[in-house]
Design a protein around this ligand. Structure first.
Ligand SMILES: *Cc1c(COP(=O)(O)O)cnc(C)c1O
Length: 359
């Protein structure tokens, strides 16, 4: 066996310890005589897995009692529709567009109501986060939407906009559990888990109770109502049981290491190694304004497309995988999620320095 350093943006690297536990429990979970994959979602064993996962997530994020935790399917993109369907009572919402994912969300929301783009960084190809100090919130807006970490463009919103009484809806897919958050600042905070938490197939939604209501848009399917999943504790229909189990193992791993504050420390240290190198390199350059750089997704370029392609291909041969940038922006991107060890970042920077010397 030889495991590589996997810099994929998602699905992405998982903690080796978690994979080992999953391997050990593959044929028999506990004394159940079967794999988690084979269990009824209504069994006692699975009920425990789900309850424990929720409890551990509540501990990790310090989730207040008036927020519900939902384990859903349909990926991040389904939330782009579920949020307006469930929350657009006045048929109007504000969107802050800072990259590909918030742009997609805003376009989906236009199907359901009025979308006001109240801030955007489209003018400079989403390479920075706009200043929110005098952000106007539309008075009757149902929510203000942000993507807090733009996976493709590599920016992070560090200071949340002040939205007054209007709930803040945040996509945190690619920074989920990477640092502490104050859940009280959000009406709804959610993420697809395949970036930083688990295997593709689960979307975790944390939503304030008063936003789970009956008066959703009239055509909203039963499966797409938050209320359906909240009333049935994510067991309205068969959930992605095995994937929830893996998320639960990741939560245990995080708790053991010291939770999100320890992750923040580690993630800052890892990102600093790469950003410091980028700032000193004459060949490689970061593409994002320094103050807005993501700790999770680090895009960089040489300025020469052929050299970029050569770099990604040589790096792959050296066991540094998935460094090619997103097809929409080109260049390279290194994703440094929780499960990426510091050794991986050191190996990457070493490889980049060697490549720089040769070119
Ligand atoms: C990957 C991603 C999504 C889309 O997730 P899918 O599960 O592929 O639908 C949405 N938002 C962000 C920030 C992402 O990184």
């Amino acid at each position: 066996m030889s495991r590589v350093y996997n810099f994929s943006a998602g699905p992405a690297v998982l903690p080796e310890e978690v994979l080992i536990t999953a391997r050990d429990e593959m044929l028999e979970y506990g004394t159940s005589g079967m794999s988690v994959m084979e269990m009824s979602h209504r069994s006692k064993d699975f009920e425990d897995i789900l309850d424990t996962a929720e409890r551990d997530l509540r501990t990790l994020m310090n989730i207040p009692d008036n927020y519900r935790v939902l384990f859903l399917q349909g990926g991040g993109c389904t939330q782009f529709a579920m949020i307006p369907m469930n929350l657009m009572r006045n048929k109007t919402a504000d969107y802050i567009v800072t990259g590909q994912w918030s742009k997609k969300a805003s376009e989906e929301a236009k199907i359901y109501g009025q979308v006001n783009i109240t801030a955007t960084s489209a003018d400079k190809n989403y390479s920075y986060i706009p200043d929110f100090t005098d952000l106007k919130v539309t008075p009757n807006a149902d929510y203000v939407y942000i993507c807090q970490n733009e996976t493709v463009h590599g920016t992070t919103i560090r200071h949340l906009p002040d939205t007054g009484n209007v709930p803040l809806a945040a996509d945190v897919s690619s920074m989920f559990l990477s640092e502490p958050v104050d859940v009280n600042r959000y009406g709804i905070i959610w993420g697809g888990v395949q970036k930083n938490v688990g295997p593709a197939g689960v979307t975790i939604v944390i939503i304030r109770e008063d936003l789970i209501r009956d008066d959703v848009l009239p055509f909203t399917p039963t499966m797409l109502k938050y209320k359906t999943h909240s009333e049935t504790k994510s067991l309205y229909n068969t959930p992605p049981c095995y994937n929830i189990y893996i998320c639960g193992l990741v939560f245990k791993w995080l708790l053991k290491l010291g939770g999100t504050s320890e992750m923040k420390k580690r993630n800052e240290a890892k990102a600093k190694i790469l950003y410091d190198y980028l700032d000193s390199s004459r060949l490689f350059h970061g593409t994002v304004e320094k103050k807005d750089r993501s700790l999770m997704n680090v895009p960089f370029i040489t300025g020469n497309k052929e050299l970029d392609a050569e770099f990604a291909s040589e790096a792959s041969k050296a066991g540094l995988k998935n460094l090619k940038g997103h097809r929409s922006v080109g260049g390279m991107r290194a994703s440094l999620y929780n499960a990426m060890p510091v050794e991986g970042v050191n190996a990457l920077v070493q490889f980049m320095a060697d490549f720089e010397r040769k070119h």
